[in-house]
Design a protein. Sequence first.
Length: 413
Amino acid sequence: MKRVTAPIVLSLAAIGIMAGATGVILTIIMHTIQHYAFGYEALGEVSFRQIVEQASPLRRFIVLIGCGASVGIGWVAIHRYGSPLVTIKDTVDHTEKQMPVGTTILHALLQIITVALGSPLGREVAPREMSTALTTGLIRITHIGQDGPTRKVLLACAAGAGLAAVYNVPLASSVFILETLLVNWSFLDAGAALFTCTIAVFVVRQGLGDLVQYPLPMFPINEWLSVWALIAGPILAVAVYWFDKSHQALPAIPRKSPKMILIALVAFAAIGIMAVAFPEILGNGKAGNQLSFTDSISWTSALWFFGTKWAAVLLATVAGAYGGRITPSMMLGSMSALVLASAWNAFLPAIPFGSAAFVGAAVYLGLAQKMPITAVIFLLELTRYSPAYLFPVCACMATGLLCHTWLRNSAKD
């Protein structure tokens, strides 16, 4: 964006308001579905982990079958009868690619419904896509920002504001816009990102309050945590690399094929069977993170959660489900880091398990989603942990990035 005008500022403000309102509405829809689907009577503030754990194993399985039916029927119908879906990245980078507003809204609503029913994917893509689609319509109606650079900034800010609205993280979302969507750190673009995300979070706080996603105890930091972090980075990088490889090995099935309905039912039935013993794998991964961040599980449980969450995400992807990868990536990182910390503590000076899980979640997220700077800020803002954790997180991210880059380059040679 080359210059700022009053119409552009008003557009950014409108985008922030739309993103915030979208975040509030989708969150209320998701929480309401969760309560009724899993039979939790009270509608007050209660975690999804508590809702799922109090449901009987049979009910979890039945709800997951319903989720599979929603995934199969819903997305087959969208792909067969709706306008072709356009990703956020494509519509931001290419002026000729427009997100279909109606189809995208239905697509986003289906993501929220399926995550509420236990899909192991994240919920953050839905408000991002809906906010971006609504901004596409706003640009079309107002004719503001139709030139390429300005349009790109408006759409990127809409996507980032949607993320800010979901997680109550204005700074991390602003960095996300600059690091992953615009790949530009100019003062004007940074100002636009901060302005839009701040407004979106302000709107959300009026509707839902100033919620801390992970209220955590503050574990002490010792120098051994940073030494562990340097060693753990490459191991986490290997885990991310092989998860990507397993994802790439999944069979490619046309999303509009009616076969996807049966595949979705079978895949989510398998997830439902795993959820009988491991209900924490359901939903985006917040339930598992709450356990690992607070040092509430053993290393053997963490290993099981890591494997079953990995399998659940792959099964949901095969089934044709859509959703985010932010919180699932955090859960995979926190669980693997907890296991690594247990191995370390068996032979070397002890480090806090919760702190290790926190560091692992940030690094795995940064590597998996290719947003290392965003991930570091995101975890601190999400939990409101002490900035002192920047040192071990950055140490782990540094060695993890070097190893992950080497692995990817080696695979290309």
